[in-house]
Design a binder for this molecule. Structure first.
Ligand code: DX5
Ligand code: ZN
Length: 220
């Protein structure tokens, strides 16, 4: 399908060969690189900071899609955008001044995304539609790659799609977690157009190119 955006999550890349793995994903035709930032507080895992975003910026010309799973993201959005982030997404959970943070992301020249965990209802973001460029519906609980797609997230994708039509808003819906050739079409049918995948790309048994191809051709 040519109306899907594939965002390759480097969380499952081999960091001993990061430049080579990113080059392979780029050559295979991914659209964006997804960088999962975790602080050990908002989620149990600890991963990458602005330094890795700056590294990706030097080795790739793809748009960088930075997913912040951190407490008080307002403290760091500027550092990530200066490091080269083009898309920055922040969670609605635990962020009382999230509207301001989204405005700040836009004012610094990046596209702003709002993220909902599986336990967060669609209505939690209705007041934020005027200040978002995309909406990320988590299809796993955030923290790790390699988890299974939560089918109970699918009605929420449809609900947000309807909300965007009513608003109206041209924001795209992104999904993240357990996306593979079997689950991508389910999320697509519900209204998602941006698909994040780590395992299905970087751990595909036939290699990165085969992984990207299987996702790109998943929607018939
Ligand atoms: C999970 C991260 C995801 C993760 C996806 O907290 O936000 O981006 O890398 O990994 P897979 O595609 O393996 O579910
Ligand atoms: Zn992510």
């Amino acid at each position: 399908m040519d109306d899907i955006i594939l965002s390759a999550s480097i969380l499952s890349a081999d960091f001993a060969h990061l430049a080579d793995e990113i080059a392979q994903a780029e050559a295979a035709g991914v659209d964006w690189l997804h960088i999962d930032v975790m602080d050990g507080h908002f989620v149990p895992n600890i991963t990458m900071g602005p330094f890795i975003v700056e590294t990706c910026r030097r080795i790739s010309s793809l748009p960088l899609d930075v997913h912040l799973m951190i407490e008080k993201p307002e403290r760091y959005v500027e550092a990530f955008i200066r490091a080269g982030a083009n898309y920055v997404s922040v969670h609605v959970e635990g962020n009382p001044n999230i509207h301001r943070t989204l405005q700040t992301i836009r004012s610094l020249g990046a596209k702003a995304g709002i993220v909902l965990n599986p336990g967060t209802p669609a209505c939690a973001i209705s007041a934020l539609l005027p200040v978002v460029d995309f909406i990320l519906v988590m299809t796993v609980n955030p923290g790790y790659s390699g988890q299974s797609f939560l089918a109970e997230s699918v009605p929420k994708i449809s609900e947000i799609k309807a909300m965007l039509e009513r608003h109206p808003s041209s924001a795209l819906i992104q999904v993240d977690g357990g996306i593979n050739a079997a689950t991508l079409p389910i999320a697509y049918q519900a209204g998602a157009r941006i698909f994040v995948a780590a395992t299905a790309i970087f751990n595909h048994p036939q290699g990165i190119q085969a992984g990207v191809k299987s996702l790109r051709t998943a929607v018939k």
